[in-house]
Design a binder for this molecule. Structure first.
Ligand code: CAA
Length: 241
């Protein structure tokens, strides 16, 4: 039986590459998205991967969305918590809204998505939860106090939940991408990107979404059964941890 994989934020950027790589690896993939219907439909047209719209910051919407996917495709064996947003700004300028939106999506979204699939994974004795954190959760980033706090929280979530899943053959791991060539990174002012960020990357370039997707495919596989609670750092040498 082909395993079912659900990727949040799975129709654009790193998430789209993850959805495609999992499909190519033989999974039945469902891609969740929150907002950009046009991009999601184009993604569905070009890949054949079914897309499902809801906001991961809404617990009830997650419960309902997951139930729909499980009815159509079967129980979720692999959950990739990839959906994330930025609301960058210097701390003295950010608003409570900018703080709350980022925490709700990038941190609480992991609870909202994982909590409904967890009992089924425990019952079936198999599961893979892969959380896409960030280099900026590992080291902090100027202009991203909200984002860095959420992404660091994702690492604590991963390490604690890994301990709970271990006896049930459920692994929980995190990947920390560095700066990857996606719309999110391209939204950084060009001067900041070219003068401050790229010079900090020893390999001298942004990463490609597929370079993260290949890591997800590995962590989802049976070959990775002994890896749990770990953080895979994928950043072109920008930070060693
Ligand atoms: N690294 C190093 N220096 C940075 C920087 C960065 N990422 N971002 C900003 N700076 C520097 C600026 O160059 C500037 O320095 P100078 O005064 O010497 O020129 C100083 O910090 C203040 O920046 P701004 O003048 O741009 O201040 P602002 O108030 O107009 O804007 C900002 C602040 C919104 C934070 C804007 O600088 C910005 O968007 N920076 C990028 C922040 C960033 O790295 N975000 C990551 C987005 S990608 C992502 O999040 C994916 C992931 O997981 C890696």
């Amino acid at each position: 039986m082909r395993r079912v994989a659900l990727v949040t934020g799975g129709t654009r950027g790193i998430g789209a590459a993850i959805s495609i790589a999992l499909k190519d690896a033989g999974y039945r993939v469902a891609a969740n998205f929150a907002g950009n219907e046009e991009k999601a439909n184009a993604f569905h047209e070009s890949t054949g991967i079914p897309v499902f719209k809801w906001d991961v910051s809404d617990y009830q919407a997650c419960v309902e969305g997951i139930a729909k996917i499980e009815a159509e495709l079967g129980p979720v064996d692999v959950l990739v918590n990839n959906a994330g947003i930025t609301r960058d700004g210097m701390f003295h300028k950010i608003t409570p809204q900018q703080w709350n939106e980022v925490i709700a999506t990038n941190l609480t979204g992991l609870f909202n998505m994982t909590h409904p699939v967890w009992p089924g994974m425990r019952e079936r004795g198999f599961g893979r939860v892969i959380n896409i954190s960030s280099i900026n959760g590992q080291r902090g980033q100027l202009g991203q106090v909200n984002y860095s706090a959420a992404k660091a929280g994702d690492l604590g979530f991963t390490k604690a939940l890994a301990q709970e899943g271990a006896t049930k053959n459920i692994t929980v791991n995190a990947i920390c991408p560095g700066y990857i060539a996606t719309e999110m990174v391209m939204a950084v002012p060009e001067k900041v990107l070219s003068e401050k960020i790229i010079p900090q990357i020893p390999v001298g370039r942004l990463g490609e979404p597929e370079e993260i997707a290949r890591c997800v495919v590995f962590l989802a596989s049976d070959d990775a059964a002994f890896i749990t609670g770990s953080t895979l750092t994928v950043n072109g040498g920008q930070l060693f941890v």
